[in-house]
Design a protein around this ligand. Structure first.
Ligand code: PEP
Ligand code: MN
Length: 337
């Protein structure tokens, strides 16, 4: 249920509502907007009738049911949200570009990557320190050493960084270093992990599972938000289909669809979405008219030598060219880089 308060509601009145909501067995999630305060109440439906009665208070404008199962992520509760990562806002007029290598490999590699993507105009650095690899014999990441190197790259460039967390036990450690958690496709429905990052205040980049529906993605966002962390950014990264020319089938329709269903910002990952270097720039550009708030893209100083995902990593030169093209495309959708 959503309780909409009238503009100018007093603090005592607000506190009274919160107290009632808790008494009726619901968890209140206040959403303080510019004009109005809305309280999303989530819980079991038995106290619904009592909640409905709050309608009669003079400072309550309305009490309405939230129809979608993803209550807090639903557009019914809020028109739009902006998620802050360091000093960068995702979901506003800036088209945010997160770029860097698939994995953090060496000090030289990550520092050089950070410098190169920064120079080309990227806003957030990406790099995996804990890697979810298909084979246990593949490079698994530098772990804490990788986090330290990412922090050093942030220090040098001023760019915040996003890095993947693959286990609930690592959340605290990664939280100490990083500016944003990444939940990868393979972990989109790792509910223990979702709950754990939900207890943090750090933003979360939630990637769509390779065989998951939009609704399932939003239910996973709901897991995080239900714990109190509303700073979720959704990411389309391609799904499994019968097509085998590309690594995945990049589902660009996910962007406007998720925007219709949810207030959360949506970004795309054309690197994993296609897995083919030549297809990444056109898909990255197409994300702008599709309505995306940004993108995450793999760039490596020397893709041939990459420890992971070399075939889908852009060279710094290709990335620089793409950034120049995006600069020209963004104003068509009232965005800027
Ligand atoms: C990654 O970003 O390197 C990654 C592993 O992505 P995904 O979870 O989308 O496969
Ligand atoms: Mn990768």
């Amino acid at each position: 249920m959503i309780i909409v308060l009238k503009p100018g509601t007093k603090k005592e009145e607000y506190n009274h509502i919160i107290k009632c909501v808790k008494e009726y067995g619901f968890k209140p999630h206040p959403i303080i907007g510019e004009e109005r305060t809305v309280i999303a109440c989530v819980g079991d439906d038995r106290g619904k009738a009592q909640l409905q009665q709050l309608d009669s208070l003079e400072y309550v404008e309305s009490v309405m049911p939230i129809l979608k199962p993803f209550k807090l992520a639903s557009k019914e509760t809020k028109p739009r949200s902006v998620v802050k990562v360091g000093g960068v806002e995702i979901g506003n007029s800036q088209f945010v570009v997160m770029a860097g290598p698939c994995s953090v490999e060496t000090r030289e590699q990550i520092l050089l990557s950070a410098e190169q993507v920064k120079k080309a105009g990227a806003h957030i650095l990406r790099g995996g320190a804990f890697k979810p690899r298909t084979s246990p014999y593949s490079f698994q990441g530098l772990e804490e050493e990788g986090l330290k190197l990412l922090a050093e790259a942030r220090e040098k460039t001023g760019m915040p960084f996003v890095t993947e967390v693959i286990s609930p036990g690592d959340v605290k450690l990664i939280e100490e270093y990083s500016d944003m958690f990444q939940i990868g496709a393979r972990n989109m429905q790792n509910f223990a992990l979702l709950k754990e990052v939900g207890k943090s205040a750090k933003p979360v980049l939630l990637k769509r599972g390779m065989s998951c529906t939009y609704k399932e993605l939003l239910m996973s966002a709901e897991y995080i938000m239900s714990q109190g962390n509303y700073n979720v950014v959704l990411c389309e990264r391609g799904i499994r289909t019968f097509e085998d020319y590309t690594r995945n089938t990049f589902d660009l329709a996910a962007v406007p669809a998720l925007k219709e269903l949810s207030h959360l910002p949506v970004v795309v990952d054309p690197s994993h979405g296609t897995g083919v270097r030549s297809l990444i720039p056109p898909m990255a550009k197409a994300a702008i008219p599709a309505g995306a708030d940004g993108l995450i893209i793999e760039v490596h100083p020397n893709p041939e030598k990459a420890f992971s995902d070399g075939a889908q990593s852009l060279t710094p030169e290709q990335f620089t060219k793409l950034m120049n093209d995006l600069q020209r495309y963004a104003p068509l959708e009232n965005k800027h880089l």
